[in-house]
Design a protein around this ligand. Structure first.
Ligand SMILES: Cc1cc2nc3c(=O)[nH]c(=O)nc-3n(C[C@H](O)[C@H](O)[C@H](O)COP(=O)(O)OP(=O)(O)OC[C@H]3O[C@@H](n4cnc5c(N)ncnc54)[C@H](O)[C@@H]3O)c2cc1C
Length: 544
């Protein structure tokens, strides 16, 4: 059995875990992060990607609202290449209680959120697709944040500062000495077992944090609340649209890259269903009908896919209902709560408060292991966000490469585009036309960003995430895995199959109209033209 030692083990490769190893690495603490799937494969990669201004929480949860606006301002500086400054609007529809408008303005004022009432005419200028019958509108500094880019950049920085990241490796038990946790036992994708010993273990496993606590003999009940979202095939809004009413289903439309998404629902689910990720027809109905109320053009769009995530909510004060449980940060020292030393749990919060969650966790861990260094993550930019170059200046530096390729590589990797873009022909060969991903970018991701399969590659580059959903790029991507990732020909077919299966899960709930026609076309390419199932079941034949 392999054996490793470090100062701190972090379980969970979502934004919280990634932020924690980065924070600790900046304080000179050695860490190993363990993630059972890929980075951002839990709630981190299954949300709206809304960089909240805090206005959504301003009326009912002022503490969360203040955290949001503070972190919103910090992230714009340290993670600008992961953020789009879209701005946000809160709009009152004819059926909404008009009194909420003033409550929201007051709440924002109290929380320090710059919210401003604007005329309906101005709102329609800002967002021409908006329902023209709205009664009032408020602007807030909402934005969007790419969870994959954010998590990857945090990991990259931590790794460059000495941290280790083991993805596709699951923590299967904890190693105890009396009442102290001194390490964990992990199993990787190849079935190999690794024992890792450390002074402290951080449970940043999101909603699976309950299972990690169970391994340690601790009872920490989570109240899983599933939220579903719908992606539509083009960007129908440039500004984040929120409905001006207490948070409810189908009240946000977020623009993201080439698409827009409508969110979300909130359904309590039993804990044994947290890995099922099923989207119910009634959720799709509510998202479409409520989305259409804010932006009537929703009716004329094609739904690309639906997906869901499970909020890692810990009820600390007895509430047991999804939208009622605070979305606030929960940091637990298990020595104090349960008499078990060596373990802390960090949960709750939001994607966009990941840095603050990491700071609080690292402060606690450092106080326990005797490290005095202070948090620096609010000042030191993430890799890619080092200098604020305008894309115009960037374009000039890479003259010879098409602007569209420079622009989209810059958009995804910020300043790190220097590590990708050369005048090599690879940077002219487009692999994913929807998202403008080139062969050069794919080579970089496979070699430098801890990518094991095509689904991981999608999270690093957005390959297959645009309007065609992998129809024309998936087979090219799997071919490149053979070229740059060392996959055998039959291994590449396996990767392609897994990728298509994964895309299919999200397409299935929205199969009607043009979406259904496009899926038939994809099926025809992969099954009719390539004979995919034949290739998959005939590995021996391929090897011969
Ligand atoms: C529907 C929905 C919409 C949301 N919208 C927003 C939004 O717009 N803006 C925002 O800021 N926040 C939003 N959130 C909240 C946000 O997504 C989460 O708070 C945040 O992503 C949690 O990150 P995390 O790293 O703590 O957990 P996760 O991302 O869930 O990470 C936990 C990780 O632990 C890993 N893990 C579990 N068990 C093990 C094990 N035994 N061994 C190794 N690894 C393990 C999992 O695979 C997972 O990757 C939304 C949440 C949902 C569900």
């Amino acid at each position: 059995m392999n054996r490793m030692e470090t100062d701190v083990i972090v379980i969970g490769g979502g934004a919280t875990g990634a932020g924690t190893i980065r924070d600790l690495a900046l304080r000179g603490v050695k860490t190993i992060l363990i993630e059972k799937n890929d980075i951002a494969s839990g709630a981190t990669g299954r949300n709206h990607g809304l960089l909240h201004s805090g206005a959504r929480y301003a009326v009912k949860d002022p503490e969360s609202a203040q955290e949001c606006i503070r972190e919103n301002q910090i992230l714009r500086k340290i993670a600008w290449h992961c953020i789009e400054d879209t701005g946000g609007l809160f709009v009152t529809l004819p059926e909404d209680d008009p009194a909420y408008h003033s409550l929201l303005l007051d709440g924002c004022k109290h929380a320090g959120i710059p919210a401003k009432e604007i005329s309906i005419k101005k709102a329609l200028q800002l967002e021409p697709n908006l329902n023209p019958h709205i009664l009032s509108a408020i602007t807030v500094p909402d934005g969007t944040i790419d969870p994959f880019r954010l998590t990857s950049a945090n990991m990259l920085d931590a790794i460059e500062r000495g941290a280790k990241v083991l993805t596709h490796t699951k923590v299967v038990s904890v190693i105890k000495k009396g009442t102290e946790i001194i390490g964990v036992l992990c199993r990787n994708i190849h079935g190999e077992e690794i024992e890792i010993y450390a002074k402290m273990v951080v449970n940043a496993a999101g909603v699976w944090g309950q299972e990690i606590c169970n391994l340690a003999g601790i009872d920490l009940p989570m109240f899983p609340s599933k939220g579903s979202m719908l992606i539509i095939d083009y960007r129908i809004n440039g500004v984040v649209i929120n409905r001006c009413r207490p948070p409810a289903d189908g009240d946000i439309i977020v623009p993201g890259d080439t698409v827009s998404l409508i969110g979300t629902t909130s359904k309590e689910i039993p804990y044994d269903k947290i890995d099922e990720y099923t989207i119910d027809d009634d959720e799709i109905d509510v998202l479409l009908s409520d989305g259409e109320k804010m932006i009537p053009n929703v009716r004329f769009t094609r739904a690309l896919r639906a997906y869901c995530g499970v909020r890692p909510l810990v009820a600390v004060s007895g509430e047991k209902q999804g939208r009622n449980i605070s979305r606030g940060i929960v940091l637990i020292d298990h020595k104090e709560r349960d008499g078990i030393d060596g373990l802390v749990t960090i949960s709750g919060g939001k994607l966009m408060t990941y840095r603050l969650m990491a700071e609080k966790t690292a402060d606690l861990v450092c106080s326990k292991i005797g490290v005095k260094a202070k948090c620096k993550t609010d000042k030191i930019p993430l890799p890619g966000s080092e200098h604020k170059f305008t894309s115009r200046r960037t374009m000039k530096k890479f003259s010879g490469i098409p602007d569209s390729v420079v622009g989209s590589t810059f958009y995804r990797h910020g300043q790190r585009l220097r590590n990708i873009l050369t005048t090599d022909k690879k940077n002219y060969r487009l692999i994913c036309e929807c998202e403008m991903v080139t062969e050069g970018e794919i080579e970089y991701a496979i070699k430098k960003l801890n990518v094991h399969d095509l689904v991981d590659l999608r999270r690093r580059t957005r390959i297959g995430m645009g309007p065609c959903q992998g129809e024309l790029c998936a087979y090219r991507g799997s071919g490149l895995f053979h070229e740059y990732g060392g996959a055998s020909p039959e291994g590449s077919v396996e990767l392609l199959n897994d990728f298509l299966e994964e895309r299919w899960k999200g397409i299935k709930p929205v199969l009607w109209g043009d979406g259904l026609r496009e899926s038939e076309f994809t099926y025809w390419i992969y099954e009719g033209l390539f004979g995919m199932s034949n290739l998959k079941n005939n590995k021996k034949g391929l090897k011969q």
